[in-house]
Design a protein. Structure first.
Length: 95
């Protein structure tokens, strides 16, 4: 989550920061920070959830998470397109 990477799935579902709605984190002193609210928008103060997501585990250990999930697709189809004899030069490159 720290790199905000999502691969090709990020185009359809969004990045990791958008998919995490809430976190519960155990801090270095043993105290527990509870941010398990599943709100999409919360303007009650600093967004500490984003800080923990980007900290790569240096600020605490995530012990619970509220995630935004998507239903699995009902149908999946694959298409294969082939060209019998491709031209040697593309018309776009002809000069």
């Amino acid at each position: 989550m720290a790199t905000n990477a999502g691969g090709t799935a990020v185009l359809r579902f969004g990045n990791a920061r958008e998919l995490v709605l809430g976190l519960e984190v155990v801090l270095a002193d043993g105290s527990v920070w509870n941010g398990l609210r599943g709100l999409r928008k919360d303007n009650t103060g600093y967004d500490l959830k984003q800080l923990f997501i980007g900290a790569e585990g240096t600020l605490g250990v995530v012990t619970a998470a509220v995630l935004k999930l998507f239903a699995a697709p009902r149908v999946r189809a694959t298409a294969l397109v082939a060209v019998a004899d491709p031209p040697r030069r593309s018309p776009c490159w002809a000069g």
